[in-house]
Design a protein around this ligand. Structure first.
Ligand code: S3P
Length: 442
């Protein structure tokens, strides 16, 4: 049985040394299942992230009649049913904490002949869904939300979708991907323009499944009639999971860490540029390619970090890494200013508030703003901090202990299993003095 509550207890004085692989990329794992399910033929996925979020996507497709075998850990064989082979699930599809599952599935299911209901946990049920329901309705989809525009999503089948020419109001890869997946069922072209570049895994994977996109003067277009054809996807290590270790090694003393085979897609790699601008001793080694995505080994050593003004253009390229980056800022010399990051308020938690509160509890001067934070670096003290059930807040604050002068206790960490189930084991093996205390909720 999974424990209801997990607390991380991290002693000060540790470091991070050695060579490791982080688990597979979450965004790419979701997309490999989704496209594999509606492709013609069998898709072989290696390096699949077996964490709760991606398993929620896998279970949703199994519930819709897709056979997915798991010959060994991280290795899936998805027997595609083609664009028109999904069947109605008997129950609502429960997607746990996973925003990517809900938003991307909504697009894929909007064009089906059957009805679907998508539900999630308390956090997912608070997150904004109008950003997808509004353009999906313009494509002809029929779907309902709660009165506040949140899940559960009720999608009415049998709608004939048309293409759309749509400039996204927010820089969101989930919205872009939702509409591209809906576009597979549209009778005319789906053309999208982003306010700033966001992760392009869907575009790359559509191309790998024989559905290339057309780029035209800042617009990306999916033509009608595209049919995904099964392929083999080797999922690289998740840079978002690597980020905790990169920051941990940069702030620790006597650290030297090599993370192998990590995805360094330029639409995701803002964290590397931000750390380098802060003075991190970071090297990219052995660049190559896996599954249509750039990969490399990343070596990082103890670094003397200094505060910076984070360029707003880098924000969408590092959107999931700010919990970790704010810990780096807390240990850097001088002030770091983050702005243009209001999206952080609608992630698994309000990450601006959660990080400001966590850093303040560790004695750091962290001032939240409407769209970011100003952090004056210093030496964290020990203390108890709340992760608010947000996996990335939990892992980021744990790393602060590498620089703290007392133990750091992080509460409510069970959701680390949504993206990185062996985080504590891997971190301990590299030198972070972390232990976990499990309990059942009272
Ligand atoms: C994701 C896109 C991002 C990111 C999320 C994963 C994806 O969300 O924060 O963790 O896989 O497309 P937004 O599109 O809401 O920025």
């Amino acid at each position: 049985m999974q424990p209801d509550s997990i607390t991380f207890l991290v002693q000060p004085g540790g470091t991070l040394r050695g060579t490791a692989r982080v688990p597979g990329d979450k965004s790419i794992s979701h997309r490999a299942i989704m496209l594999g399910a509606v492709a013609e033929g069998t898709t072989r996925i290696t390096g699949f992230l077996e964490a709760e979020d991606c398993l929620a996507t896998m279970n949703a497709f199994r519930a819709m009649g897709v056979t997915i075998a798991r010959p060994e850990p991280g290795h899936l064989l998805v027997q595609g049913v083609g664009l028109h082979g999904l069947r109605a699930a008997a129950e609502p599809l429960y997607l746990g904490n996973s925003g990517t599952s809900m938003r991307l599935l909504a697009g894929l299911l909007a064009g089906q002949p059957f009805d679907s209901v998508l539900t999630g946990d308390a956090s997912l049920s608070r997150r904004p869904m109008q950003r997808i329901t509004e353009p999906l309705r313009r494509m002809g989809a029929r779907l309902d939300t709660s009165p506040t525009g949140t899940a559960p999503l009720r999608i009415h089948g049998g709608a004939q979708l048309q293409g759309i020419r749509y400039a996204l109001p927010v820089a969101s890869a989930q919205v872009k991907s939702c509409l591209l997946l809906a576009g597979l069922y549209a009778t005319s072209a789906t053309c999208l323009r982003e306010p700033a570049p966001t992760r392009d895994h869907t575009e790359r994977m559509l191309a790998a499944f024989a559905c290339p996109l057309r780029r035209d003067d800042g617009w990306i277009c999916l033509e009608p009639g595209a049919k995904p054809i099964a392929g083999a996807i080797d999922v690289p290590g998740d840079l978002s999971s690597a980020a905790f270790f990169l920051v941990g090694a940069a702030i620790a003393e006597d650290a030297e860490l090599t993370l192998e085979h990590v995805g360094i897609n330029p639409t995701r790699s803002g964290v590397l540029e931000i750390l380098q601008r802060m003075g991190a001793d970071l090297e990219i080694l052995n660049p190559g390619e896996a599954g249509g995505e750039p990969v490399a080994d990343i070596r990082i050593r103890s670094s003397r970090l200094h505060g910076i003004d984070i360029p707003e253009a880098l924000v969408p390229l590092a959107i999931d890494e700010f919990p970790a980056l704010l810990v780096a800022a807390a240990c850097a010399e001088g002030e770091t200013r983050l702005s243009g990051a209001a999206e952080l308020r609608v992630k698994e938690s309000d990450r601006i508030d959660a990080m400001a509160e966590g850093l303040k509890a560790l004695g750091i001067d962290a001032r939240p703003t409407a769209d970011g934070m100003v952090v004056r670096g210093g030496r964290p003290q020990g203390g108890t901090v709340a992760s608010r059930g947000d996996h990335r807040i939990a892992m980021a604050l744990s790393m602060a202990a590498l620089r703290a002068d007392g133990p750091v206790i992080v509460t409510d960490c069970a959701n680390v299993n949504t993206s990185f189930p062996n985080f504590a084991v891997l971190a301990r093996s590299l030198g972070l003095p972390i232990s976990t205390v499990s309990g059942e909720r009272p």
